[in-house]
Ligand binder design. Structure first.
Ligand code: ZN
Length: 371
């Protein structure tokens, strides 16, 4: 082996250095000196931050709701995480909940059924929000044309805004979400990038105008929510809450499972199971499996066995937009995110730290974007 070859092989080995604990590697996360990746370190911090007993957190939610019509707002997708959360909130924790669903018209039949079953059985007030179709489709198309892996960003950004807007308009001080770092982990920044400035620039770049109907969460909204004392809580961070037993209860009232994680929405499933692995070599399942390994719920060997089965997606599920979407995917070259405008998170680091302390911004977001 020549010196050049030796150097090249060393560079290659460094490039693909795997975390000693999880499935992540140095091609998309930073590996620390002890051989563990930054996302393992993040999960350890999240575990330490969630030591407060759930009963105490619940007490805080109820105190905030005293004298108000609702204790909290929950956004639901028809998927398992939010369905279980809503059921627990109403039936077990006795919270008065306002329910919100953002319907981007790509729900699976199971999700549609599950939302109906929950609303019919739990006797809760429900807001279903539909975005303006043409503009939403143009926005989704822009993200495909941009050649970046953040194809489902529009969904996440509008949901954050709607949660804030409807909570504020209804005098609600607490929003609950179904995220669990223990089961889902967090996506590395290289894999998903939640930034409004970036989304707005991509839309403008490919449509030559600003978004008109579609309202996005701004940093001012986040400051506003801190000033009016809003609290963003992830109950799964504090306890397991008998999830499997709750799913059995849900099935009794007609709730239906839908297979893969986040498979309740056709477009989200297309992005996670087809677009990301095939075009960007991004396998989101590594995030969920790695989270389980870090919690000691799965061995790395077993996780690799699961990973060996390629994700499935039937393209016909995309319906009448199938050919159009595939044409955009095939015609748009992969481009770096730096081709588009972005929020300068590093400059806003002190502000975001404050928002984390006030429980408005999740710590994972601060750790990923501001450091
Ligand atoms: Zn790791």
């Amino acid at each position: 082996m020549t010196l050049t070859q030796e150097l090249e092989s060393k560079v290659q080995a460094l490039k693909s250095m795997e975390c000693k604990t999880c499935l992540f590697d140095s091609s998309f996360v930073k590996i620390e000196e002890d051989g563990e990746c930054e996302m393992c370190k993040l999960q350890e911090k999240q575990r330490n931050q969630a030591r407060e007993p759930w009963e105490k957190v619940l007490d805080r939610i109820k105190k905030k709701g005293k004298g108000r019509k609702y204790d909290c707002l929950i956004g639901i997708s028809g998927g398992e995480d939010s369905s279980v959360l809503l059921y627990l909130a109403v039936k077990v924790w006795n919270l008065r909940v306002l329910v919100l669903h953002f319907n981007n018209r790509t729900n699976t039949p199971e999700a549609t059924n599950n939302i109906k079953v929950l609303i019919d059985n739990l006797n809760v007030n429900f807001i279903e929000y539909f975005p303006a179709k043409k503009e939403y489709d143009d926005l989704t198309d822009s993200l495909l044309k941009a050649g970046v892996p953040d194809a489902d960003l529009s969904n996440d950004v509008i949901m954050s805004k709607l949660t804030f807007k409807f909570a504020k308009d209804n005098g609600i001080k607490v929003t609950l979400n179904g995220h669990s770092f223990r089961e889902e982990g967090s996506s590395p920044k290289a894999w998903s990038f939640l930034d409004t400035t970036y989304l707005l620039d991509i839309y403008k770049r490919f449509n030559h105008k600003d978004l008109y109907y579609y309202d996005v969460l701004t940093i001012w909204d986040q400051i506003h929510s801190a000033l009016i004392g809003m609290d963003r809580i992830s109950p799964y961070h504090y306890a397991e809450h008998n999830r499997s037993q709750t799913i059995q209860e849900l099935k009794k009232i007609g709730w239906k499972p839908y297979g893969v994680k986040h498979g309740e929405n056709i477009y989200t499933k297309f992005v996670g199971n087809f677009l990301l692995p095939n075009k960007f070599n991004i396998h989101k399942i590594k995030t969920y499996l790695s989270a389980a390994i870090r919690e000691g719920n799965m061995t790395k060997g077993f996780a690799k066995e699961i990973l060996a089965t390629p994700p499935e997606f039937d393209l016909n599920e995309l319906g009448e937009r199938k050919d159009h979407i595939l044409r955009l995917v095939n015609l748009s070259p992969i481009r770096p995110r730096s081709d588009y405008k972005q929020t300068n998170y590093k400059k806003l680091k002190p502000l975001f730290w404050l928002l984390v302390k006030l429980r408005i911004v999740p710590f994972s977001m601060y750790a990923k974007y501001c450091k």
